[in-house]
Design a protein around this ligand. Sequence first.
Ligand SMILES: *[C@@H]1O[C@H](CO)[C@@H](O)[C@H](O)[C@H]1NC(C)=O
Ligand SMILES: *[C@@H]1O[C@H](CO)[C@@H](O)[C@H](O)[C@H]1NC(C)=O
Ligand SMILES: *[C@@H]1O[C@H](CO)[C@@H](O)[C@H](O)[C@H]1NC(C)=O
Ligand SMILES: *[C@@H]1O[C@H](CO)[C@@H](O)[C@H](O)[C@H]1NC(C)=O
Ligand SMILES: *[C@@H]1O[C@H](CO)[C@@H](O)[C@H](O)[C@H]1NC(C)=O
Length: 634
Amino acid sequence: MHASALLLSAIAGGALAISLPWSQQPIVNSRPYAVQTPPLDTNWTYQVGTKPWPQYPRPKLARSEWKSLNGVWMYASASGKGDLSIPPFNQTLPQEVLVPFCLESGLSGIQGENTIYSWYRTTFTVPSKWTGDRVLLNFGAVDYEATVFINGRTATFHRGGYTAFSLDVTDYLNDGENELIVFAFDPTDMDPYVVPTGKQTLHASHIFYRPCSGIWQSVWIESAPSNHISELSIDATASGQVNLTVNASDGKDSSVKVSVYERGSKKVIASHKGAAGSPILFKVKSPKTWSPDSPNLYDFEVKMGKDEVSSYTGFRTVTKQAVNGVQRIILNGDMIFPFGTLDQGYWPDGIYTAPTYEAMTYDIKVLKQLGYNMLRKHVKVEPPLYYAAADELGILIMQDMPCLRPSRGPNEEQQAEFERQLQVIVEQFKGYTSIFSWALYNEGWGQITQSYNPEFALTDIVHKLDPTRLVNAVSGWHDHGAGEFSDNHHYTSPQCGTPFHDNAPFDPERIGFQGEFGGTGHNVSAEHLWKVKRAIDGIGETYEMYHTLDEWNLRSRYILNELRLQVELYSCAGGVWTQTTDVEGELNGMLTYDRRILRTDVEQWKKDIQALYDAAAIRSKVSSKEDSSLKVDL
Ligand SMILES: *[C@@H]1O[C@H](CO)[C@@H](O)[C@H](O)[C@H]1NC(C)=O
Ligand SMILES: *[C@@H]1O[C@H](CO)[C@@H](O)[C@H](O)[C@H]1NC(C)=O
Ligand SMILES: *[C@@H]1O[C@H](CO)[C@@H](O)[C@H](O)[C@H]1NC(C)=O
Ligand SMILES: *[C@@H]1O[C@H](CO)[C@@H](O)[C@H](O)[C@H]1NC(C)=O
Ligand SMILES: *[C@@H]1O[C@H](CO)[C@@H](O)[C@H](O)[C@H]1NC(C)=O
C-alpha cells in the first residue's frame, strides 16, 4: 500500500483502506464538468446543459413516480478489471462526467480515448413519498459490461451494450443519501474480444467510427409496489386482435386489467381482464390501423394489483405475399414499397446519444419530408424513445442486430453470446410498432460461413420470439436462402430483384430488396467536417465524390431512376439509400454530420421517391411484360 493511500484511509476515518491507482493524493474536488469541444458540433451541443434527457425513458412501460439520475456524476479511469476489488467507495473521483453521454463524446465532458475501464460515482436520495414501496433502479444501456454497487455492496452485473436492465434496489438503500457506483468495461474491438460493436472501433477510419463506452442511455429510479409489472409486451394486428403479455415480479399469475384509449382521448374504447404470465388476448373493434402515412396509436393502461403502468401500441400487420408474380411486403393487407435510408444514428457531439430529443427526432422528420417511409437502423440499437418517436411520426424501421467485430469470426462462446444478445434485443424492442423487420447479419460482418450457416437457426428463433415481423437474415453478401429477403447490396447502382446480380443471384421466392445502394459523396467546406485528420484523409474513399450539390443531386437522381426501372421491370420490393447523415469522414448523407446542410434538392427527391412508390403500385397491377404502356422515362 502507498503512503498516500494510508493517508487517505486515515482521512476517511479508517472506514476504508484502499489504494486508488489513479491517485497519489486524496482528491478534494473533481475537475468540474464542461462540454469538451468536439471535432464538430451541432446546433444542440451547447443547449444540453447539465440535466440532459429529462423525458421518461421507457414509454412502453411507463410509471408516474420516477426520478432521473441523469446529470453530472464523478468519473475516473480504471486500470483493469482487477480494480473491481477496490471500488472507490466514498471517494471523490478526479473528473466530472455528464450522464448519459458516452466517454468518447464531447458532451460527456471527458472526450477520452481508450476508455476501456471506468468508474462512475453519484449519490441520490429517494423521494420521501415513496416510503413503503419498492425502489427500482433502471439503466437504459451501458456499453459493454456494467457492475453496479450501491452503498458499498455489489448489486448487479450486466453484459450487452444495447440492452436495458433494472433491479429492485430497496434492500440496499439507506435513509438519506445513497451511493451509486458503476464500473464499466468496454473492450470495443480490442484483442482478443469479439463482441457486438456495430460500427464502433478503437481505430476509426472511413466507414468505421469512434466508439462509445460506458453509460449512454438514461439512468433513473422509480417507485413500484412489491409485486409489480416487470415486463410488458403488446402485439396488435390490423384486424384489432391484441396479444398482451405481462410479467409479474413475483412470477405469479396475478390478475391484470387493461384499458385502451385512442391517443389523446380519455374515453375507454376497450378493456379486458387476464392474468400475468400468459398471453392476454382480446379484440378492439375496427381500430384505425398504423402506417407511415397514418401513424395512429392507442394508449394502454395496465393495472396489476397496486401497480399501474401506461403503454401504447399501433395496430398493424406485416406479411410477405406474391402480388402479380413479385414477392412483396404487405402492410395491413396492402402492398407497400418500403424505401428508406441507411441510418447510423451517430452524432458528432454525443456519438451514440443524440444531444436532445429535438435533435434525435430532427433526423426522422427530415426523412419524412423527403418522402421516405422507412429507415434501416444500421448495426445500432437506439434508446426506446427513438422507436416511440418513429411510431408517432410514422416511419417503418428495419432493425439490424449490431454486428460482432467485423474483421474476425467469432468462436463458439462469442457466437453464443451474440445469439443471446440478439434474443434480448428482440424481446426488448418487439413492442415497437414501427419495426417491421429484423436484419441479423450485414455484409458478412461477424457471420460464420465456413463450418455452418447460423442464420437459419437464428431466423427460426427470431420468428418464434416475434411472429409478427419479417426476418432479413443476411443483408448483403453471404446469402444462403434463410429468411424472407433476397437482399443485395450494390454501389453505387442498384441491382434489386434483377437477373444480373454480381453477388448471390436473386431468389424469386423471397422479397427482392436493395439493402444498400447509392452512397454518392459530396465534399463540404471544412466547417462542416469532422476535424480529425484520419477522417479527412479518408474522405476520398466515399463512393463517387462530387464537388457541387447540383452534380450530386443529378447523379443521385440518375441512380434513383435506375432503381425505379428495376421496380418496373423486375422484382424489386424495397430499398435503402446510403445514408441519412455524413458520419466522420464518410460524406454521403442527406444531411452533413452536423445536420446544418441538407444536400438534397427536396422537390426533386420527393418526386423521384414518389416515382418508386408509383412504379411498385403499377407493377403490382400488371405484369411488365404484358403492359406496353410502361415507358422507360429517364
Ligand atoms: C442551426 O442554426 C442555424 C442558425 O441559427 C439555422 O439557420 C439552422 O436552421 C439550424 N439548423 C438546424 C438543423 O436546427
Ligand atoms: C461511506 O460513508 C458513509 C458515511 O460516513 C458510511 O456510512 C458508509 O459506510 C461508507 N461506505 C463505505 C462503503 O465504506
Ligand atoms: C401471443 O404472444 C406470445 C408472446 O409473444 C406468443 O407466444 C403467442 O403465440 C401469441 N399468441 C397469439 C394468439 O398470437
Ligand atoms: C413472461 O410471460 C410470458 C407469458 O406471458 C412468458 O412466456 C415469459 O417466459 C415470461 N418471462 C419471464 C422472464 O418470466
Ligand atoms: C474535402 O475537403 C476538405 C476541406 O474542406 C479537404 O481538406 C479535403 O482534401 C477534401 N477531400 C476530398 C477527397 O476532396
